[in-house]
Design a protein around this ligand. Structure first.
Ligand code: AGP
Length: 624
């Protein structure tokens, strides 16, 4: 939620920041703005609307400054207006600030600042930060101002930011500049991600590496409670209680091209088609030499540790939570170890009784989702080991977990998660195999399982070949305003995911349900105006699902069936059949997902929706 880019160097800051903001737009797109230090002052351009709009506004302005900050907003406090857009300037003009997060005690701070004569031009919680910093800056012992390079001036600016943050409750990633301190930028984080890019005679600050990777691959992931003071020549890292921090410079392993749209019309479609590659990446180097089990280098647990575990607890949000449900099914089925799945947003508050020897897992594409991070911290606070399945390397969740499994799916920019989800499903299937082989699964079954998973990328390629047919179905079904998605066992979470995908990008009301539960209520929704998408399984439940389909048909409901190609459905039962390749049972959820991703995409497209930037949403939810 909200994206920040800051720059200090020798190039025009506005140009570099606008490029970075475009890459961060998935984090919020209610308004955008930038500020550059120039001519002894500060120039601000901001407006409601997208980054493209900001770029247009900026092109008519002379923006030559070499230091600046910028922001793309997902509104929390205050409506979507120009006044509420960031950057915010203190009423004395001395502090300019962008913020990602929520200041919980802003009302009390605002009251205090009003008594001190500070004025407010917006309804945001952020503006109180700017004014409180200005208040502290004014109170700092008089120092020779603005002498760039002077030891005194930077300390004064940094000190004002630091003192402000000591009074703040809530979450923040901030970047701050001051016209009295040209060539400097101060950034800090607590609960919202912030990364420092270390370039050649330039430094950048961003909420995500995608915004700075075109300029440098050397990055420092800031930790909660850290502040960084940046100039073009260098940076110093410290904590809020003034302890120096030795920076660890990491290398980003992907390039800017990986996050480019290329010839694709949308990131979502690009990422759907990247799934075969993402699935291959998730498996690379992770099978044993005898091809009978999986290996995970980052779990930091021995097989003996695993023997003592009597329950897994999986938590996540949104799409990741659906992946947890599939993990539950696979681990319980193949390893016979009980699994509990919790919404991360609920886990922290419900004080659940936990088994003594439970092992925690969180699943998060971004590694920054605040609810998931809070669940991880709660589990650790209670003394449990917590593993993370994460896509973004170096993310907060990845760093705070005791161990984990990186997805290596590459950057996922589309707000609707696609390749990250199927990659989470594959990793869950591999993990189920890993623990199953430590328990009762035989060598032969393990080999068959591994062979089944290795085939998945190629089968995913074949599933994608249905895109033209799915597009044609989508064009005809886009007129409906209600959909049901129905599946059983490990395909029930895919029904939930199908419904979520359709909801978030096309704004169509959709519900995922266990197919057999349908007759206990949702069947009342069935009419010619409410189509049902059925996930048809192979095996013992095939006939049961066919019976559920008959019940829909008897009530004139339209049916789209997603079924393995070897299955024969009764003639005329489904109005549309989308075949998927036959596969190992553990991979069935992955292949069943691809058609619903495409269906949602093409329906949203037919309805004229902005697929990559659906209304009200942001990719990475860093507020509670
Ligand atoms: C997925 O399409 C959603 N946009 C959303 O549910 C997402 O999966 C959720 O916010 C969790 O994000 P994370 O995986 O980055 O933690």
């Amino acid at each position: 939620m909200c994206g920040i880019v800051g720059y200090v160097g020798r190039q025009k800051a506005a140009t570099i920041m606008l490029e970075g903001l475009k890459r961060l737009e998935y984090r919020g797109y209610d308004s955008a703005g930038l500020a550059v230090l120039q001519d002894g002052g500060v120039t601000v351009v901001k407006s409601v609307g997208r980054v493209a709009n900001l770029a247009k506004l900026s092109s008519g302005r002379r923006l030559s400054g070499v230091a600046g900050i910028s922001h793309t907003r997902w509104a929390t406090h205050g409506g979507v207006t120009d006044a509420n857009a960031h950057p915010h300037i203190s009423s004395d003009g001395q502090i300019v600030l962008v913020h990602n997060g929520v200041i919980e005690n802003y009302v009390a701070i605002k009251k205090f600042l009003l008594t001190k004569g500070y004025a407010f031009a917006s309804e945001t919680d952020t503006e109180v930060l700017a004014n409180l910093m200005a208040y502290h800056l004014a109170k700092e012992p008089a120092a020779a101002p603005a002498a760039n390079g002077s030891a005194e001036a930077p300390a004064r600016f940094l000190e004002a930011v630091r003192k402000t943050l000591l009074h703040v409750e809530g979450t923040y990633g901030i970047a701050v500049i001051s016209p009295a301190h040209p060539g400097e930028l101060v950034a800090a984080r607590k609960g919202s991600p912030l990364i420092l890019g270390v370039g050649e005679q330039e430094h950048l600050i961003a909420s995500d590496v995608s915004a700075l990777v075109s300029r440098t691959q050397n990055v420092v992931y800031l930790k909660d409670g850290e502040l960084v003071h940046v100039t073009s020549a260098g940076f110093t890292l410290s904590t809020l209680d003034l302890a120096d921090v030795s920076p660890v410079i990491d290398k980003v392993t992907w390039s800017v091209d990986d996050a480019e749209l290329g010839d694709h019309p949308h990131y979502m479609l690009k990422e759907i088609f990247e799934q075969p590659q993402a699935l291959e990446n998730a498996m690379r180097g992770r099978f044993s030499a005898d091809a009978s089990t999986a290996n995970f280098g980052g779990l930091n647990l021995t097989p003996a540790d695993f023997r003592t575990i009597d329950r897994f607890v999986f938590t996540s949000c949104g799409t990741g939570w659906h992946a947890c449900l599939v993990a539950e099914h696979l681990i319980e089925r193949y390893a016979r170890i009980p699994v509990e799945v919790d919404y991360a947003s609920e886990f922290r508050y419900r004080n659940a009784p936990l088994d003594r020897d439970a092992l925690f897992f969180v699943i998060s594409q971004s590694g920054e989702t605040i609810d998931t991070l809070a669940a991880l911290r709660e589990a650790k606070r209670k003394g449990y080991k917590c593993m993370a399945i994460c896509n973004v390397v170096g993310s907060t969740i990845a760093r705070e977990a005791d161990g984990g499994i990186y997805q290596h799916a590459g950057p996922e920019i589309g707000v609707a998660s696609t390749k990250a989800f199927t990659s989470q499903l594959l990793i869950s299937a591999m993990f189920a195999l890993y623990v199953a082989r430590m328990r009762d699964m035989s060598f032969a079954d393990g080999m068959e399982y591994v062979a089944g998973l290795k085939a998945v990328p190629e089968l995913a390629r074949r599933a994608l070949e249905q895109a033209p047919r799915i597009k044609e179905i989508a064009t005809r079904y886009a007129k409906f305003n209600d959909f049901l998605f129905l599946g059983r066992l490990d395909l029930f979470p895919i029904a939930l995911e199908g419904a979520l995908k359709l909801k978030e990008i096309s704004y169509i009301h959709a519900e995922g349900y266990p197919a057999a539960e349908m007759k206990h209520g949702p069947i009342a929704l069935i009419s010619e105006q409410c189509p049902s998408v059925f996930f048809v399984p192979k095996g013992e439940l095939f006939n049961k699902v066919v019976s559920s389909m008959q019940e829909i048909k008897a009530r004139k409901g339209l049916i789209i069936a997603i079924a393995p190609e070897s299955l024969e459905l009764p003639e005329g039962l489904a109005d549309e059949v989308i075949p998927i390749p036959d596969c190992h049972e553990a991979a069935a959820p992955i292949l069943a997902t691809i058609p619903v991703q495409l269906l949602s995409y093409y329906i949203a497209l037919t309805r004229g929706c902005d697929v990559d930037k659906p209304r009200n949403l942001a990719k990475s939810v860093t507020v509670e």
